[in-house]
Write a protein that binds this ligand. Structure first.
Ligand SMILES: O=c1ccn([C@@H]2O[C@H](COP(=O)(O)O)[C@@H](O)[C@H]2O)c(=O)[nH]1
Length: 240
């Protein structure tokens, strides 16, 4: 899979989700991210329905619990055939390792094991919140880097972070380690609740492996046009 753009399907109703998807051209193989909002309402069935229609699915449930619980949950999720899924890196190395084991053990024979991504610091967290609410003495960049190393040591396939942090740490990781970055905002778009944002082109320049984009596409007056513009910005230096 080469440098995907995952569209975050953050809807409160599957009718709205299908209406949105049906407006887009080239649905086959489109990369989508399904999060807690849809999964808690519709369960595994919505994943199977999207999968049956050919969408590549990033199932973003951000597991964060004791290792045994996470392992058993990851085992269940592995059967759904998604491309990747998430845990919170703050759950610790033992928990991340347990998630990986659960995914491996739960994947049906002959099928690819879903990639495991560890969320470092949410892109909605600012330097100020990290210091004053999480009482973390590291800078955001150092905290993200530290969590990224822990995730890699525990067997994660990659991390979730802001595109702003990728450049400074990419050379410390193997080439196949994934840097998946939400917090993507086209130049003229508002930040909403995101604190650490970059444009699609900046994410590419900084070395993101994949980007996640929600509202700038799903809330656009013309979602197909928004998708095309963002995708173009994300892939504009591909030929170089
Ligand atoms: O640190 C994180 C981890 C996950 N997300 C998710 O990405 C999308 C972003 O949506 P936008 O509408 O483009 O802001 C959303 O589903 C989040 O749950 C994140 O933003 N930051």
């Amino acid at each position: 899979m080469n440098k995907p753009l995952f569209i975050a399907l953050d809807y409160d109703d599957q009718e709205k989700m299908w209406l949105f998807l049906n407006q887009l051209k080239d649905k086959q193989g489109l990369h989508v991210k399904l999060g807690m909002e849809m999964f808690y309402q519709y369960g595994p069935e919505i994943v199977r329905d999207l999968s049956a229609k050919g969408y590549q699915i990033f199932l973003d449930l951000k597991l964060h619990d004791i290792p045994n619980t996470v392992k058993r949950t990851a085992h269940q999720l592995a059967a759904l055939g998604v491309y990747c899924t998430t845990v919170h890196a703050l759950g610790g190395k033992q928990m991340i390792q347990a998630a990986k084991e659960g995914l491996i053990e739960g994947t049906p024979a002959g099928k690819p094991v879903p990639k495991l991504l560890a969320v470092t610091e949410l892109t909605s967290i600012s330097e100020e919140v990290l210091k004053n609410e999480q009482h973390c003495s590291l800078s955001l960049a150092d905290e993200v880097k530290s969590l990224a190393h822990q995730a890699q040591e525990a067997g994660a396939d990659g991390i979730i972070c802001s595109p702003l942090e990728v450049k400074a740490m990419k050379n410390e990781f193997s080439d196949d380690f994934m840097f998946v970055t939400p917090g993507i905002r086209p130049k003229s778009y508002q930040k909403d609740d995101q604190a650490r944002v970059a444009t699609p082109a900046e994410a590419r320049e900084n070395g993101s492996t994949a980007i996640v984009v929600g509202r700038p596409i799903t809330q656009a007056a013309d979602p197909q046009q928004a998708y095309e513009e963002i995708f173009k910005d994300w892939s504009k230096n591909d030929a170089k």
